[in-house]
Every structure is written in structure tokens, then in C-alpha cells.
Design a protein around this ligand. Sequence first.
Ligand code: DQQ
Length: 530
Amino acid sequence: NNMLDWQRTAFHFQPKKNWMNDPNAPVFYNGWYHLFYQYHPEAPVWGKIVWGHAVSKDLINWRHLPIAMETDQWYDEEGVWTGSATILSDGQLVVLYTGSTNESLQVQNLAYPADPSDPLLINWVKYPGNPVLVPPPGIDNDDFRDPTTAWKTPDGKWRFTIGSKINKTGISLVYDTEDFKTFELLDQLLHAVPGTGMWECVDFYPISKLGENGLDTSVDGTGVKHVVKASMDADRNDYYAIGTYDAYKGKWTPDSPTLDVGIGLRYDYGIYYASKTFFDQNKQRRVLWSWIKETDTEASDIKKGWASLMGVPRTIVFDKKTQNNIIQWPVEEINQLRTNLTAFKDVVVEAGSLVPLNLPSASQLDIVAEFEVDKKTMELLNGADTSYDCAKNGGAVQRGALGPFGFSVLANEGLAEHTPVYFYVVKGVGGNLKTFFCVDQSRSSNANDVDKSIYGSIVPVLKGEKLSMRILVDHSIVESFAQEGRTCITSRVYPTKAINNNAQLFLFNNATATKVTVSVNIWQMNSAVV
Ligand code: DQQ
């Protein structure tokens, strides 16, 4: 038995052992959710990557299946890299993926199920004519990867995009095809942003401006906006922007030039990379998967024998209230794991106080909370010309008039180890309020070889809204959502003492001026079957 076994999670997808990275070709097919993933079967570090494979009925409980694609061809000998699935009009499934060839050239390959009537899609055929695409003129051999799911063009062809770069400009190339074997490269780029570098794992999809449902990737027209997401190799974060797609040109334009891809919004302000969405025709929603890597050392991963998790899948919708961002929320199926509710209503937490919540255990939790800052204090307070930055300011110990307040998760007695998840409100000179949402990992572990940065960002709070947060705690991962999923923060934490039944939960208000009124539901989470 491994000393570090406690780090394994109870309701997150992970292979039994060894290394995992990007989610690949997520799809709902013949009654099953399929998740493929970048997998190194030989070791808990990145290497010669194959496609791991698992299936689920509910996105929560998983069954591991044999490796779907191995490095057995010259055109993917150095790695079966990231790719996407497209469901054709007749229900057939095709996959395009990047192969790293025997000469480490990046090419695109076609694969399909050997037996389309097998709902488990165990066996895969690589098209004998592979590779179907090589880097076009002007694109470097190692800057051509991660084809998206295809969508329909106005003249009935299929279209998809592939991330790349030219010098330091991140770009996304556009291809049209009728059969996924021969392709036409458009002169037009889907989009380009100078200074952002290589775009990995580009994603492109429609979102509904008014409706509640997700949209099939081919849906376009009035009431539809389009999201472009790129994983930035430069800083290893997933950036997205909302904009308008011109299907005739094959060009996408961001709504706001200051909120462009790579310089504007992130899916997540913690650890979150190489994510990919799919349209779930089973529940008419768009679901987001992401690779959550380790933030400990490679030596620890070798000791553990495994590395990386998938984040809890999230439903994505347009934020109709702000009109500026998407909303991400854990898929509803996760609620099936909730048990043993502890509820507090309108608890007043005075400035500078700490409230232990005395749960029997606090290493598998779903916490849903609302906070109200004291109105009088807020009104009487003079605005100040202060700016705030979760990462650059002093974390949860730096006190201001209106924050920080929130929860300390994975805490031990005496708080030698704890991870605060909190709001910090700032009142400007003009009287307007800004709210920040942060996770402070600086005291998350007694170990000195793990990442302890402070994460966070601003979160839009509209007039009349209470502050709200949801936190999923699962041993070594904490996923935090503010304002119903406007701002999200995922962290990996590695306490040495606050583990399993020794982990506790605290409510804190470290503000100097305001009391906060808190209502919270806390569920213990059952373990999923993986
Ligand atoms: N991971 C894959 C690439 C992709 C990168 C290789 C992103 O296809 O660009 O494992 O994490």
C-alpha cells in the first residue's frame, strides 16, 4: 500500500495508474458516454502517448476499457495525440487526431470504429490512407495539431479548425471536407491573435443567447453566438472569448477586442488545460472536460504511480445576465453523490472570526453557500483608490474592510494546513464595488515541494445578487465556482496532515469592518465507481 494513496480521488475520473493528459473525442454514442484520453501506459510521466478509453452511463461512474489506439503506425509512432469525434449525418462516428510521426512531424489522421454496432466502441480502425493532412506551406512541422469536432458549412460540407502559430501569432486554420479523407484549406483563418504563441486544443462551438439548452456544433443563425477556446502553450492556460462567426467566410470575430482569445477570459483561474467540449444529444447540453495536472514534483508522481485527473465535467451556457461570459457548472449528475446534508441558515460571522464546522469528515464535500456583506458598513465606508489582485496581494491573511471571507478547506486542527477559498470585496472612490474570488494555497501543505501559488480573478456581481460560491472537495482537488459559475478556480492541494478523516472545514471572515451573514448547505460526497 502506497503512503500517498489518500491523494486518489473519490468522484473524479482517473486511470488506475500512470500518466494521463488531454481529454480526447468525448462523445455520447449508442447510450454511452465515451471518454478517450492522452495516456502513457508505461510510466506516471508524459511519454509515448496512446488513447486510453472509458465509458459511463452518467458521466460520474466509469468503466475502464482497453487502449483504443496504440502507436503502431509510422504516422503516429511518436504519439497518438489529441483529436475529436464527429457524428456524421447517418449516425456514423469519425475521429480526426494528430499523429506525431516516426520523424516527429505533426500530421492529422482519420480513425473510425471497427464495429459501429458495438456501443462500447472497443476496436478502432486507422484509415489506410493516413495521414490525411500534413502541415501546409508556412506552418512549422511541430505547430500543427489537435483538430476539432467538425461542423456543417452553409453548402453542406464539414468544416473544422486546427491550432497553430506563425511567428508569435497564435492562429487557427480552417479546413473543409466532404469525406474526411480529402480536404480544402481555406485562405481565411478562423482567428489569429498576435503575441499569444502556439494554440493547442482549439475548441469552437455555438452557444444560445436566449435558450437554456446546449447546441449541436453545427447550429448557427440568429440567437446564436460562437465561442473560441485555445490552450495557450505559452502560459498553460485555457482562454476563451465569445464572438460572431461568419459561416460564409469561415471567420470568427470577438465581441470585444479587449476580451479576445488569450488576452481576456479564462475557463478557470487555477490549474485547467487542454479542455474540450462536446454536445450531449442525450441531455441537450454542452459539456466541458479538462485535464487537471499535478502540481507536486515528478518524483512524487513516480512514488504515487499515477499523475493527473479529469475535472468534474461542466455544463456550459451563455451568461444571459452579464452577456459577457459563459457560465460553467458541474453536471447535474454529480448531485447523485450527495449525502448527509449539514445546513446553516443566516449565520452571522463577525469581522475577524473563525467558525469550525465540526463535520465528521471533510475530504469529500459539496459546499453551496451564500454570503451577505453588511449593508450599513458598506454604505458608511469611504471608497478607496485601491486595486486588488488575488495572486499579488497577501492572500487570505491580508485583511481589508470588506474581505477576505469564505471557507478554509482541507484544514487541520490549528490550521497549520488549510486552503482558503474566499471573496474579497473592494469599494472604489466612486462607491462602486468590485468582487474578487481567490484560492490561497500558500498554507495548503507542510510539504515544501508543491505549488503554493494564490489563484483568482475578478467576478462580476450584478445589482441585487448575493455573493455565492460552490466548492467541490475531493482529497487532492478543490474546484471552486463563484456566482453560479462565472469565475472558476481549480486547485490541486497536497496536505500532509489534513487528509481523509483528519481534514476539517472552517468558515472564516478575515475582514476588518464588515460582518457577513452566511447560509450554507454542506453535503458529504459518496464515492463514484471508477
Ligand atoms: N497534448 C497533446 C497534444 C496537445 C497537447 C500531446 C496539449 O496533441 O497539443 O499529448 O496538452
